[in-house]
Write a new protein. Structure first.
Length: 227
């Protein structure tokens, strides 16, 4: 059997590789049962061997047709026109060897005009010698202090307080005294007693008020008379 294939025509691989569909054994089995009802239908080994050989032969034919004219088809795909890419921006275009060579020469070349300008430039500066200022610190200078006024703060182990400053406990005490008897503990007396500035004492009495605990009187609830 000869198969003639044309190089200009593409063979139909589907028709060539199509395997014959096996026929249903139902009609033959019914006919044999009519002849011999006790006969058992078993496939013969010769038939199964023929089937395997036919399958291998079909695979070989399929492989031949799949590899047919591979080189010609590859050349055909390669020879297809490819899409033309968009032109690049001049800045992104690679530099040509001639242009790059001229640029390198221009960079390495010395400009005599610029060299003369550089020779004419001369800077002369005389900076004064920096002298560090020495801060005079009187380490042994003692601040003016006053004794702690209230005696019930002995647990703090503080004997004296600088003038112009007060302890938190003293601040609470003078605020409480001013709140209870403002006629006696005026701003002038507090400033003199605690060695403070009058304006500081005035601000202290204006913007700082100690907490006051008040107990509301108990009101008896009267039972409503039931009508």
């Amino acid at each position: 059997m000869w198969i003639r294939l044309s190089l200009f025509e593409q063979p139909d691989l589907r028709s060539a590789t199509r395997r014959p569909q096996p026929r249903s054994p139902a009609p033959m089995a019914g006919f044999l049962r009519k002849l011999d009802p006790d006969a058992r239908l078993t496939p013969s080994p010769a038939r199964s061997e023929v089937g395997s050989r036919a399958g291998a032969m079909g695979a070989r034919v399929t492989r031949v047709f799949s590899k047919f004219n591979v080189e010609n088809r590859a050349h055909r795909e390669i020879s297809k026109k490819k899409p033309v890419p968009a032109p690049r921006h001049p800045s992104a275009a690679p530099a040509t060897p001639a242009w790059s060579a001229s640029l390198q020469e221009e960079i390495k070349k010395k400009d005599e005009k610029l060299l003369t300008f550089l020779k004419e430039v001369y800077v002369d500066s005389n900076d004064p010698v920096l002298q560090r200022k020495k801060k005079e610190r009187n380490l042994h200078k003692q601040e003016d202090c006053r004794p702690v006024i209230d005696g019930h703060f002995n647990y703090l182990d503080i004997q004296t307080v600088p003038k112009g400053k007060i302890l938190i406990e003293e601040a609470l005490t003078l605020l409480s005294n001013h709140q209870r008897s403002p006629e006696i503990w005026t701003a002038e007396k507090i400033a003199k007693e605690y060695s403070l500035e009058l304006k500081d004492v005035t601000n202290l009495l204006t913007f700082f008020i100690p907490f006051v605990m008040e107990f509301l009187p108990h009101k008896e609830k009267k039972a409503l008379d039931s009508k």
